[in-house]
Design a protein around this ligand. Structure first.
Ligand code: GLN
Length: 484
């Protein structure tokens, strides 16, 4: 069962080849047997999952269930889940049980999906390797000495190891696509505003966006339909209709114009990753796509711009963790100052503190114009580059990450090298564009991904191009040997 895609599982449930309870038991057994090697999960939810599966079976028996009914999934531990801990991989929220469900949680529940566990991640989604988690690093199922990427590294590792057919992720600067690339799974970040942020612990609110991590683009299309859509509880939610993404797959991509940004092939890209990319481009050409060179002139500035904007927003978002409202509180505070200081010193990890410091610095009266305002202007230029490119092409194609997965510990001492991992993913977040990472082969036995970026709200076109690529290749079907 675990080697089936989500769409195949959905059909098997409908045809009564097995029940949701049997399926859920199968995945729980896999989790119990295999997750000790990976540490991809923070909270496992077996009893409740089995109850939900039994409910789903009753729905399925009536024959009128949603295609996702009874399908198990793993939820990134950044989404509020009523009655179940939401830790955001931080000591600060180690004991936090949300009194309500995030909109994404509620929508997946409503379809009858079965939540197996909450996945490990970088603390407050700050990181590219899953090493900043309070619960220890997650390991990459393709090579247990390597990182799975981050911040949705637990979700990516769990899908790659087939502990669930689908996991949720969130992507502020690449946290869905980068771990998808390093773990050999498909990961989609929707247009900003497509999926509600209500009940998703906030990191950088102008970029945070949730999306699916699956084996295939077809699976991603189906779950995205359930996750996306207007929500009046999120003031930045887009009030536009969502197409039936999964019904729109299969159209020919003959004549589709695909742009390759020259800046994405410049220095820093591993030559072996570049080779895989050239093969992927050939596949698109063989399907009739028209490949064009394009330029995203300001994209080399994306990483510094992102670290100004994301830190500024996070320093403001994280001000709420003060030991008074909810979350961790230090012992025996002498006075209010001591309560704040020790709660935050003890509750946050090093990377989170680094971001808060940078954020408060760039927002301070003396530096606001020099850093924050300047970064916002360059952000606008980056968006304009994309707008100009989309006058000429329908999609943009490039690598997702400059290298395959690196070793645990390798980049922890050097934050700047760590930050450069997201050099190809961050521009889409700054511009609010949808993007997807797809497995495109292996470099030294480690998976690497290709990235497609589309114009605002063009997920259907992007998913179709991804689906067509996966009809021509089988990289997305490969499984790490130890987890077959
Ligand atoms: N790695 C980036 C960061 O550390 C992106 C994280 C994310 O997308 N949540 O900020």
């Amino acid at each position: 069962m675990h080697n089936q895609t989500l769409v195949q599982i959905s059909n098997s449930l409908k045809n009564k080849e097995y029940s949701s309870v049997e399926l859920t038991q199968h995945f729980i057994r896999r989790i119990e047997k295999l997750d000790a090697k990976l540490n991809s999960l923070i909270t496992i939810n077996s009893d409740l999952a089995l109850q939900r599966a039994a409910e789903a079976d009753r729905q399925l028996a009536k024959g009128e269930a949603n295609p996702l009914c009874g399908v198990p999934y793993i939820h990134k531990d950044i989404f509020c889940t009523q009655g179940i801990r939401t830790s955001c991989a931080s000591r600060m929220l180690h004991d936090f049980i949300a009194p309500y469900d995030a909109t994404v949680t509620e929508r997946l529940n409503r379809c009858g999906m079965v939540m197996l566990a909450k996945s490990n991640m970088d603390e407050f989604a700050m990181g590219s390797s899953n090493e900043t988690s309070f619960y220890g690093p997650t390991l990459n199922p393709w090579n247990l000495e390597r990182v799975p990427g981050g911040s949705s590294g637990g979700s990516a590792a769990a899908v790659a190891a087939r502990l669930a057919p689908f996991a949720t992720g969130t992507d502020t600067g690449g946290s869905i696509r980068q771990p998808a690339s390093l773990c050999g799974v498909t990961g989609l970040k929707p247009t900003y505003g497509r999926v509600s942020r209500y009940g998703m612990v906030a990191f950088a609110s102008s970029m945070d966006q949730a999306g699916p991590m699956t084996q295939t683009a077809e699976d991603a299309a189906l779950v995205l339909e359930a996750m996306a859509g207007f929500d009046d509880k999120d003031s930045t939610s887009l009030d536009t209709p969502c197409p039936a993404f999964s019904a729109d797959l299969g159209a020919s991509i003959k004549g589709m114009r695909i742009g390759i940004p020259q800046e994405f092939l410049a220095q820093g890209l591993d030559p072996l990753v570049a080779e895989r990319l050239q093969q992927a481009i050939k596949i698109y050409e063989s399907m009739g796509a028209v490949i064009k060179e394009i330029s995203l002139e300001n994209s080399p500035l994306a990483v510094p711009v992102y670290y100004v904007v994301a830190c500024a927003e996070s320093s403001s978002n994280l001000a709420r963790y003060d030991g008074v409202r909810y979350g961790y509180r230090c012992q025996d505070a002498k006075d209010l100052q001591d309560l704040y200081r020790r709660t935050r010193s003890e509750g946050f990890g090093q990377e989170v503190k680094r971001r808060i410091l940078m954020g408060t610095y760039v927002l301070s009266a003396g530096y606001y114009d020099a850093y924050y305002l300047k970064a916002q202007k360059v952000r606008q230029l980056i968006s304009q580059d994309f707008a100009a490119a989309f006058q000429e092409v329908d999609l943009i194609l490039g690598p997702t990450t400059p290298t395959p997965a690196f070793k645990v510990g390798e980049k922890m001492e050097d934050p700047v090298t760590m930050y450069l991992n997201d050099i190809y993913t961050i521009p889409a977040n700054l511009a609010g564009l949808p993007a997807i990472s797809l497995p495109m082969g292996f470099v030294n036995q480690l998976p690497v991904g290709l990235q497609l970026v589309a114009n605002h709200l063009q997920e259907a076109l992007m998913l179709n191009a991804a689906y067509q690529y996966q009809q021509q290749t089988d990289w997305h079907q490969q499984m790490p040997a130890e987890f077959k």
